[in-house]
Design a protein around this ligand. Structure first.
Ligand SMILES: Nc1ncnc2c1ncn2[C@@H]1O[C@H](COP(=O)(O)OP(=O)(O)OP(=O)(O)O)[C@@H](O)[C@H]1O
Length: 297
C-alpha cells in the first residue's frame, strides 16, 4: 500500500521551476531516499508535501489524504525534520521537546532521554547555544518523539559527524523494524545505498529515475585514483572504465562495474597509493545509464 502518492507535482516560484511533474510513491514500511544535488528540488518537494508551500499544479496524498485540504490530519501522524530548524532560542532542549510532546498529546519522556543519550544531545542546554549539528539532533528527536507512522526528513545527517550518522542510521533501522515508513532526502549516495530500499533521483526539478537500491548499486560508479611513477604510460584495460585523467603523479579513473574485476586488473599495475571514492553526483548522473538496467520511467 502506498503511504505517499505524488502525482505530477509542480511548484513554480514566480516562473522559476522549483519542481516539475514530480511523481513517485512510497510504500508502507519502506525506507525511501530522495537524492539530488543542491537546488534539485528536494526541499521544495518536501515543503509542498507538508503544505508549507502550495503546489502550482499536480497533487499528492499521504495516508490516502490530500496534502492541501487534509494537511492538519496528516501532520498528526508524521515526524518531520526540516532542512533548517528554527526554534525558540530561549528554550532549553528538554522544554522544547516537552512542548512537542504536548502538541502530539504523548508523554514519551523515557524515549526523549534515551534518544538524546544515543545522539549525545544535552537536554539542559539552551537552543541558542547549540551548534548546527546539535540543532539537527534536536530536530531528529522531535521528529521521532511521538512515534509517527511516517517520517519525512530533509537532509537529516547534514552537520552530524560520522559517529552520529551511524547512530542515526541505527535508529532509522529500528524504526523500520517497527513498521515506520521513512522518506528522507540526501545528496550523499552512499547514505541512501546503506539505508534505503528504493530511491528517487531528482535533478533540475525533475525526477530522473526511481530505482531499487539493488539496481543503483549495480550501476554505481567509483572514482579510483592511483598514485604512480608514470601515470601517462598506464591504461586500465577492462570494461567499465568511463573516463581516465592524469594529473601529475595521479591517474584518476571513473569506473562502473564489478570491483573484483578492477582489483584483478590493478594487480598488474605498480602503484604507490590508491584511493577509491564515491564520485560527485554529477558524475553519477552523467554515467548512470551507460550500462543496462537503467531507467524505470
Ligand atoms: N523561495 C524560493 N523562491 C524562489 N526560488 C526558490 C525558492 N526556494 C527554492 N527555489 C528554487 O527552486 C529550486 C529547487 O530548490 P530546493 O531548495 O527545493 O532544492 P534542494 O534540492 O532542496 O537543494 P538544497 O539541498 O540546496 O536545499 C532551486 O532552483 C531554488 O533556487
Amino acid at each position: 500500500m502506498a503511504i505517499v502518492e505524488v502525482n505530477k507535482l509542480t511548484k513554480l516560484y514566480k516562473g522559476n521551476v522549483g519542481i516539475k511533474n514530480v511523481s513517485f510513491d512510497v510504500n508502507e514500511g519502506e525506507t525511501f531516499g530522495f537524492i539530488g544535488p543542491n537546488g534539485a528540488g528536494k526541499s521544495t518537494t518536501i515543503r509542498t508535501l507538508f503544505n508549507f508551500i502550495y503546489p502550482t499544479s499536480g497533487s499528492a496524498k499521504i495516508f490516502g489524504k490530500d496534502i492541501v485540504t487534509e494537511s492538519k490530519e496528516i501532520r498528526k501522524h508524521i515526524g518531520y525534520l526540516p532542512s533548517e530548524v528554527h526554534y525558540y532560542e530561549n528554550m532549553k532542549v528538554e522544554e522544547l521537546l516537552s512542548y512537542s510532546m504536548k502538541f502530539y498529546k504523548v508523554n514519551n519522556t523515557k524515549r526523549m532521554i534515551e534518544l538524546a543519550e544515543r545522539l549525545d544531545l544535552d537536554l539542559k542546554r539552551k537552543i541558542e547555544d547549540l551548534s548546527f549539528g546539535n540543532r539537527k539532533k534536536v530536530g531528529i528527536v522531535q521528529a521521532l518523539i511521538h512515534e509517527p507512522k511516517l517520517l519525512i526528513m530533509d537532509e537529516p545527517t547534514g552537520g552530524l559527524d560520522p559517529l552520529m550518522q551511524n547512530e542515526f542510521y541505527e535508529i532509522l533501522a529500528e524504526e523500520k523494524a517497527k513498521g515506520t515508513t521513512i522518506f528522507f532526502s540526501s545528496h550523499i549516495l552512499s547514505e541512501v545505498q546503506q539505508t534505503c530500499d528504493r530511491v528517487a533521483i531528482i535533478k533540475d526539478g525533475e525526477i530522473v529515475a526511481v530505482e531499487t537500491i539493488e539496481n543503483l548499486i549495480k550501476n554505481s560508479v567509483k572514482t579510483v585514483t592511483l598514485t604512480l611513477k608514470e601515470p601517462e604510460n598506464i591504461s586500465l584495460e577492462i570494461e567499465g572504465v568511463l573516463k581516465e585523467e592524469v594529473h601529475g603523479q595521479r591517474l584518476s579513473v571513473l569506473y562502473q562495474g564489478n570491483m573484483k574485476h578492477l582489483l584483478n586488473e590493478l594487480n598488474r599495475v605498480d602503484f604507490d597509493d590508491i584511493l577509491i571514492e564515491e564520485p560527485s553526483l554529477e558524475d553519477v548522473f552523467l554515467h548512470y545509464y551507460e550500462k543496462d538496467g537503467g531507467l524505470e520511467s
